[in-house]
Design a protein around this ligand. Structure first.
Ligand SMILES: C[S@@+](CC[C@H](N)C(=O)[O-])C[C@H]1O[C@@H](n2cnc3c(N)ncnc32)[C@H](O)[C@@H]1O
Length: 370
């Protein structure tokens, strides 16, 4: 899928941005410190009139950097997880797991995207990753346009004709998309977002009346068997490290994400931000509990299914320890600490004896009709 030598892969970019007249922009202004693209508007895409040009080796070199043996995006100082083949594969498996546990789309999706030749529908995935979600949308709703936005171009070859990939840093704001979309989706992007409430505000402007928003996030907290938050005391020099280890690894990730400027607690506030914003109605928060490993001893079908999904989650977490290295080490967390915590967390997950839960927060809502 990912071929760094392929010069023929097209990405979409553009030469102009729409005029910015809305006063709410002050809330979510471009920030020069958030990204290298913030002073390089030429890198930005701007629907709805993009131009297409080929991605040359030099463009690709500019798009990626190598850190701790992994390829990362080269634009955002905030988002420090890889964007290489290993990570894209992890995201594909994760997408399958989410579909199996959460269903494919929120209930209003069909109604919002009903075919209306006079008003062609447009869907955006903000921070699309490997593109699992937006590619499903492009195939399931062939009459719609599907736009995949990320810090790096989507690596899928043979995009469906109604799907396109745009390179953009969401932290710079969505002004150039205002009024452009019928559905806006974002999943697990908080690690790269500086001002998530500001993003919710910009999505409210990017959506058309009656359009749908779906946000799904995780706060890097682990819960015990009673679904109670496990609080981790930060490690102090000279004090013996103790488990549970997955929560400890996640607390290191939290620390690193905060250091980079990402809004790691976004999941805790999603529903409130959407409800209190004022532009949305029919706000539906949902919570999805995932076992971190197949520790469930139950023999009923629900327990068995939970264990099957947990096997995918466990593999995802084992991969995520690898993905997290540039983030943790690049944020100043000592290598020996990361190594000890990771080795113990791996064992904990593989033993599958410690009952640990991950809570995924989700909210969907409609933009008020005029
Ligand atoms: C953990 S991945 C999740 C990908 C996808 N949403 C999914 O659920 O499979 C986060 C993605 O968000 C993208 N991302 C993070 N911050 C971003 C930003 N400020 N602008 C654009 N994309 C961003 C990353 O590049 C990465 O591909």
């Amino acid at each position: 899928m990912y071929d760094p030598t392929d010069d023929n892969m097209d990405i979409l970019s553009e030469s102009s941005r729409s005029a910015m007249s809305d006063s709410s922009l002050d809330r979510f202004p471009p920030r020069s410190e958030s990204s290298q693209t913030s002073h390089d508007w030429e890198m930005r895409s701007a629907s709805p009139q993009p131009s297409v040009y080929s991605m040359t080796s030099s463009l690709r070199q500019a798009a990626y950097k190598q850190e701790y043996g992994r390829d990362l995006n080269n634009y955002s100082d905030v988002y420090q997880l890889p964007a290489d083949e290993q990570e894209l594969r992890r995201l594909d498996h994760q997408h399958y797991m989410f579909k199996r546990a959460m269903g494919k789309y929120p209930p209003p999706m069909d109604e919002v995207l009903a075919d209306d030749p006079e008003h062609p529908k447009v869907v955006v995935d903000l921070g699309c990753g490997s593109g699992g979600w937006i590619l499903d949308v492009a195939r399931d709703y062939p009459h719609c346009s599907a736009i995949a936005i990320d810090l790096v171009p989507m690596q899928t070859l043979n995009l469906p004709p109604n799907c396109r990939s745009e390179v953009d840093d969401i932290n710079l704001g969505l002004q150039h998309y205002f009024g452009a979309f019928d559905v806006a989706h974002a999943r697990l992007i908080c690690t790269g977002i500086r001002d998530y409430a500001g993003l919710v505000d910009h999505i409210s402007h990017a959506l058309r009346p009656g359009g749908m928003l779906q946000l799904t996030e995780y706060n890097f907290v682990i819960h015990d068997k009673h679904k109670k938050r496990i609080e981790i005391v930060p490690h102090q020099e000279g004090v013996e490290l103790t488990g549970p280890w997955l929560p400890r690894w996640m607390s290191l990730a939290q620390q690193a994400i905060r250091t980079r400027g990402g809004e790691v607690e976004a999941a805790d506030h999603l529903a409130r931000w959407v409800r209190e914003h004022g532009a949305f109605e029919e706000v539906q928060p949902r919570q999805f509990w995932f076992q971190a490993s197949p520790w469930n001893k139950g023999t009923d079908s629900a327990s068995k299914e939970a264990n099957e999904i947990a096997k995918i989650m466990r593999d995802d977490l084992l991969q995520f320890f690898e993905s997290g290295k540039p983030l943790l080490l690049g944020s100043g967390i000592p290598q020996d600490l990361v190594d000890i915590v990771e080795a113990n967390a791996r064992k904990e997950l593989l033993d599958a004896e410690t009952p640990l839960y991950i809570l995924i927060e989700d909210v969907y809502a409609r933009k008020q009709r005029d």
